[in-house]
Design a protein around this ligand. Structure first.
Ligand SMILES: C[S@@+](CC[C@H](N)C(=O)[O-])C[C@H]1O[C@@H](n2cnc3c(N)ncnc32)[C@H](O)[C@@H]1O
Length: 355
């Protein structure tokens, strides 16, 4: 299958018809593309440059383009949910997938990420993809062969659980990069650290913040990696037409989080001790995030805070007294509180205006 030049037999071609409707065909001499709007001869496309417009038997026009990998993964058959192109691009960059890299991924799912990884690691690299479910592996293989036109010699799928299969499937310390896209990547940290070469990169893609927290703490707690870094990628399309230039109304808001860490050399301890992993540990920075100043509220002086506590208590006492029918007591309580307030220094009443 050719990726550029004039269309040839065996090429996958995406036809954009009226109203933007998409159809993908694989060119075969003598075949026809049928729609309720007429027929289009494949032979009429073979030999034309990529990006040509052709007419079918009823004069309906179609734009013919080879699908980009981006187009292909979004329309290919799916077993499991795929990694979207925006995340795949970040994975290739943040996991530093280079030509010649030895890469392990799990699970293979529908093979979307496998396609991006194979493209980035090139013919001199190799990819071993692990998948628990054989039928998903079949979908992935079908998609990879469907897009590339071959069963890549440098790609192998291992059926089974990564934790059980990885130690026998690859030589310890021989893998440059590991990418995990699965429900529970924290269960795989030990086997992955054995497989990775010192300096190698582990990247996990997870959908929820609870998974993110759990895998980050597992990576930290193992002591085999640098402190993990996390992020997510938001891509917002724009409508650009004449003077109507604005963000698109709709976007894919959330897909997943990426977390990366690098394998330390065996026996290495980081120069600065990493924070101890604990489900309940918070740093000063985290606490600061919840203070009124950090969330945009005005900060409160200690004196003002004490006064507010007294006011709140007085309010509570007044409510209780009112409930009990002790109206005199209510008045008395309030007067007492006000008296206490007035007895405070004049500078404190100044605070009141400033905070
Ligand atoms: C979301 S899918 C992966 C999608 C894939 N990255 C893609 O872009 O098409 C997650 C896959 O991981 C597989 N899986 C989950 N845990 C696994 C494990 N421990 N070992 C191997 N495969 C696993 C599941 O069966 C599932 O197919």
């Amino acid at each position: 299958m050719s990726m550029s030049g004039p269309f040839r037999e065996g090429d996958r071609v995406q036809l954009t018809g009226p109203k933007g409707r998409l159809n993908t065909i694989i060119l075969a001499s003598g075949k026809q593309f049928h729609s309720h709007r007429g027929t289009l001869d494949h032979d009429g496309l073979i030999g034309l440059p990529d990006g040509s417009v052709v007419e079918n038997s009823a004069g309906v026009k179609y734009l013919a383009l080879r699908p980009l990998l981006n187009d292909f993964v979004m329309s290919m058959p799916r077993g499991a949910a795929i990694i979207y192109p925006k995340d795949a691009a970040q994975i290739v960059a943040r996991a530093d997938i280079f030509p010649g890299a030895k890469v392990v991924e799990a699970g293979v799912g529908s093979g979307a990420l496998s396609l991006w990884l194979l493209r980035a690691l090139g013919e001199s690299g190799s990819l071993v993809s692990f998948e628990r479910r054989e039928e998903f592996a079949d979908v992935a293989r079908g998609n990879v062969v469907g897009f590339t036109g071959q069963d890549p010699a440098n790609w192998r799928i291992e059926i089974g659980d990564l934790v059980e299969r990885l130690p026998d499937a690859v030589e310890a310390g021989s893998i440059d990069r590991v990418v995990l896209d699965m429900l529970a990547p924290w269960e795989c940290i030990d086997v992955v650290s054995d497989a990775l070469t010192p300096g190698g990169v582990l990247l996990c893609y997870v959908a929820t913040v609870t998974q993110l927290s759990r895998v980050a703490e597992a990576i930290r707690g193992s002591g085999f990696f640098t402190d993990p870094e996390s992020n997510e990628t938001l891509v917002r399309g724009w409508h650009v037409e004449g003077l109507a230039v604005r963000p698109d109304h709709r976007m894919v808001a959330h897909t997943g989080f990426l977390i990366t860490a690098r394998r330390l050399a065996p026996g290495t301890e980081l120069p600065q001790p990493q924070r101890r992993s604990s489900k309940t540990s918070y740093g000063d920075e985290d606490v600061e995030l919840w203070t009124p100043g950090a969330v945009g509220d005005r900060t409160v002086s200690d004196k003002s805070l004490r006064r507010r506590v007294r006011e709140a208590k007085a309010g509570a006492a007044a409510s209780l007294a009112r409930e009990n029918g002790d109206a005199d007591e209510v008045e008395l309580e309030v007067v007492e509180v006000e008296g206490e307030l007035l007895s405070e220094s004049p500078s404190e009443s100044g605070d009141d205006r400033n905070d």
